[in-house]
Design a protein around this ligand. Sequence first.
Ligand SMILES: Nc1ncnc2c1ncn2[C@@H]1O[C@H](COP(=O)(O)OP(=O)(O)OP(=O)(O)O)[C@@H](O)[C@H]1O
Length: 281
Amino acid sequence: MDEQNSETRNGEGRDVVLSARGVTVAFGSKVVLDNLNLDIYRGEILGFVGASGTGKSVLMRTVLRLLPRRSGNIKILGQDFDELDEPQRNALDMRLGVLFQQGALFSSLTVKENIQVPMREYLDLPQSLMNELAKLKIRLVGLAADAADKYPSELSGGMIKRAALARALALDPELVFLDEPTSGLDPIGAAEFDELIARLRDTLGLTVYMVTHDLDSLFSVCDRIAVLGKKRVLVEGTIDDMLAYDDPWVQAYFKGKRARSIVPQNGHAGENSLAQDSRGK
Ligand SMILES: Nc1ncnc2c1ncn2[C@@H]1O[C@H](COP(=O)(O)OP(=O)(O)OP(=O)(O)O)[C@@H](O)[C@H]1O
C-alpha cells in the first residue's frame, strides 16, 4: 500500500480516507446536494442514512465520478481525482471497491468471471492466477467453492450480495462503498452479512462507507453515522449523538417505533448497543 501522500489528518489525528468539502450537485435547477462536507476515517464503518430521495446514492455516485458535481472538492486516500492523470486515476480506482444496490452482477457471467472483471480491467494476469484469486475471494465472503461456476440467476439474494462483495474486493481495496448491502435480505441473512462486513473490516483493515436504511446495521456494525438532510450532512457521530440531535427526522428515525426495539428504553445507546443486533426479535 502506498502510504505516501495517501492520508490527511484531521485535528484529532485520525486518518481521513475520504474528505468531501463544499460539494454541490444539481440536475438542471434541482439542487440535490448543497455545500456538503463529509469525512470518513481509516478503519471505520460509516453508516450513511437519510430519507428516501435525499441524495445518498447521488453522493456515492458523485464520489465515484459517475456524476459530475457543480462545485466543491473530494479527496480520496489523500488524492483529488481532478488533479490526477489517467494512470494515476486508475491506480486510485484500484484502491476502491464498490457494491451497488441489487448486487449488479453481470447476468451472463459466472460468479468467478464476475469477480475477474476488475482484474481484467486493471491488471494483466494469467488466467490460472485469476482463477486462484477468484477462489480466494469466494472463500473470503463465505460462499461455497461450487458457487464459482454458477450464474447470478442460480444464486439466492444473500449469495448474490456475497458474490458482489467478492467482486468489490477483487483488487484488495482499502475503501469499500456499499449501497444498501442488506436490502432485500431476510433478517438472518442481513445480520450475517453485517457480521461479514465487520469481520472483513477487522481482518483486512478496510474502511467502509455504507449507505443503508437498515437500523439493525446502524446499531450493530457502524462505528459512526452520518445523516443526510437539507441537502447536506445534517449530523455525524455515534448513535448517542443521533439520539441527542434535535431534528424531527433524526428523532423519528432513531427514536421511532422500530428503533425503540433496538435502543435501550432509557434512550441512551451506550457502548454495547453498537455491538448488539436485535434482528428477528
Ligand atoms: N440522473 C439524475 N437526473 C435527475 N435527477 C436525479 C438523477 N439521479 C438522482 N436524481 C434525483 O436526485 C434525488 C436524490 O436521489 P437519490 O437516488 O440519491 O436518493 P437516495 O437518498 O439514494 O434515495 P433512496 O433512499 O430512495 O435510494 C432524487 O430526487 C432523484 O430523483
